[in-house]
Design a protein around this ligand. Structure first.
Ligand code: PLP
Length: 291
């Protein structure tokens, strides 16, 4: 299965857990998502599926990815863990591929108070199979027809998510408004602000800037009380558990550069505009120091 290296390790881990081999492709330098132009060369005779990751809340470029998949008779699985509610050409992500996976980890745009997740598909056979796998491969109770697992969503989490779902679009609108403030405030500051893909809604799970001096930026911001994180500091193909053994990992300079230079500024729906302004002022104060 083909995916990207600049993402949460969970995607590659899931591929190996189901007995498949991950093959990595490069990302687009502007958007940090799968580079459709590099995709076709990664397809081999044993390729079964393509897993684009809608990273940071921005949909991957699904049109060309779906077109290439159709041409090669491959399935597309969308990793929507960071993009609940995002749209691509007017359609919600998760509704364009054959199947899509959402995470409800507490920090996600739609988060539970513990772990949880969801698979969505419009393919009845895949839906039935997923339903069976989630509970020991049972078709009728206590009789396994598949070698499944326990992957049930706790009812308490489902109840909470059901209520929080109603607030998702409003929360995303708040994230988008705060991102707009960051964009305007950081214009010309020397850090690269996140680009929006035309005809998509970016739901800003994270507001990620690119700065060559990011360690110094981090220290400078920390001194002013601004906490920042890096998503993700080491691309999967360079992590100890995966180093030198993932196909495609030999030539991913864009992914490696992103891992060296990205930094996530504070972003969540409860963040105040004043706090955003404080972060902007701190980044701008850093910039004379920058070159
Ligand atoms: C959070 C995340 C996952 C994993 O979700 P879990 O619920 O923690 O298993 C997968 N992919 C991406 C892109 C994520 O951000």
């Amino acid at each position: 299965m083909i995916t990207v290296s600049h993402a949460a390790v969970a995607t590659v881990a899931a591929i190996e857990l189901c007995g498949a081999s991950p093959v990595l492709v490069e990302i687009e330098s502007d958007y940090y998502t799968m580079e459709p132009e590099k995709l076709e060369a990664a397809i081999g005779p044993k390729t079964k599926a393509i897993i684009p990751v809608h990273l940071y809340g921005l949909p991957a470029d699904l049109s060309p990815i779906l077109e290439i998949a159709r041409r090669h008779h491959l399935r597309v699985i969308e990793d929507c863990a960071q993009a609940h509610g995002a749209t691509y050409r007017g359609r919600r992500v998760g509704s364009l591929g054959d199947l899509a996976c959402f995470s409800f980890y507490p920090t996600k745009n739609l988060g539970a108070i513990g772990d949880g997740g969801m698979i969505v598909t419009d393919d009845a056979a895949l839906a039935e199979r997923a339903r069976q796998l989630r509970e020991y491969g049972w078709v009728e109770r206590y009789v396994s027809h598949l070698a499944g697992l326990n992957s049930r969503l706790d009812e308490i989490q489902a109840a909470i998510l059901r209520v929080k779902l109603r607030h998702l679009d409003a929360d995303n609108s708040t994230r988008i408004r705060l991102a707009g403030l960051y964009d305007r405030g950081l214009q010309g500051s020397g850090v690269i602000i996140p680009k929006r893909r035309p005809e998509t809604t970016h739901v800003f799970h994270l507001y990620v800037v690119q700065a060559p001096m990011r360690e110094r930026l981090q220290a400078f911001l920390a001194k002013r009380g601004v906490g920042t994180l890096v998503h993700y500091p080491v691309p999967v193909h360079l992590q100890p558990a995966y180093r030198s053994r993932l196909r495609g990992g030999e030539n991913l300079p864009v992914s490696e550069r992103a891992a060296r230079e990205v930094r996530s500024l504070p972003m969540y729906p409860g963040l105040s505009e004043e706090a955003v302004q404080t972060v902007i002022n701190a980044v701008r104060a850093f910039c004379p120091d920058y070159s």
